[in-house]
Design a binder for this molecule. Structure first.
Ligand code: MG
Length: 258
């Protein structure tokens, strides 16, 4: 994993502020009656009006048959990640919706996601969202110089398990900065003291994906949308962080976050 120069850090920090602001507005717009395509259009508008670029549209991940067709990933309820926006998918009261977005500001890429409650949700859904957020916080807490990637993975998995839930093992965090996905992969479960050593100047996205039931997921016929195999709920939170000597900065923090 690459240590960023001061100039790169400044660019990535600015990109993070911009993405946090866009996601804040998208979260506020996720109301009953809104289609996932409308959220996608809003994401694109907000990014472009700041002269930034959308990064996911046209991005072809390794192994994919076709490039991703939208700006935003929108994943409702049992959809785990990478849901493709559609005019036919209308948010309704009680849904939980994951919004995942990558933004490119002058060549600096940052990645962030959150899961939003649409209106009033069930106590179980509320609990799942809370535990996933806590898992992200626990992972970030371990992202400091001298620790290893496995310390982050272990903290995330432990928090999810303690909450009575299961992390998705197939998917996880990653380096970010000059493209959507960079080395290394950051698993959402692992052993403390293993993996790449964390150094000041590293930038990566940490993203717990937590299922209400079993960890198993299936990839849908569109080639992108993952769902839980058991049909139960899944939640996802993600931040891009910059590790510094004294502290780790959450670059994509939203204004409504504590
Ligand atoms: Mg990501």
């Amino acid at each position: 994993m690459i240590v960023r120069t001061p100039e790169e850090r400044a660019g990535i920090i600015e990109a993070g502020k911009r993405l946090g602001a866009v996601l804040e507005q998208l979260a506020a717009a996720a109301k009953p009656g809104v289609s996932t395509l409308e959220l996608d259009a809003l994401a694109e508008k907000l990014i472009k009006e700041n002269s930034d670029n959308t990064s996911l549209k046209g991005y072809k991940p390794e192994g994919a048959r076709r490039p991703y067709p939208a700006t935003l990933c929108v994943s409702i309820n049992d959809e785990v990640v990478h849901g493709i926006p559609s005019a036919e998918r209308i948010l309704k009261q009680g849904d939980i919706v994951g919004l995942d977005l990558v933004l490119d500001h002058q060549g600096y890429f940052v990645d962030s996601a959150l899961t939003v409650a649409v209106g009033t949700i069930s106590p179980k859904a509320h609990e799942l969202i809370g535990v996933t957020q806590a898992a992200l916080a626990a992972g970030i807490e371990m992202a400091r110089p001298g620790n290893r990637i496995g310390d982050i993975s272990h903290a995330i998995d432990s928090m999810a398990k303690d909450g009575g839930f299961a992390v998705v093992r197939l998917l996880g965090g990653h380096g970010v900065g000059h493209s959507v996905h960079e080395e290394p992969f950051i698993p959402n479960a692992g052993h403390p003291g293993t993996g790449t050593e964390i150094l000041p100047g590293m930038v990566f996205a940490i993203e717990p994906i937590v299922n209400q039931g079993k960890a198993s997921v299936i990839l849908g016929p569109d080639g992108y949308t993952y769902r839980t195999r058991d049909g139960l709920l899944s939640a996802h939170f993600e931040h891009t962080v910059l590790v510094e000597e004294e502290q780790t900065l959450i670059l994509t923090r939203r204004s409504s976050e504590k």
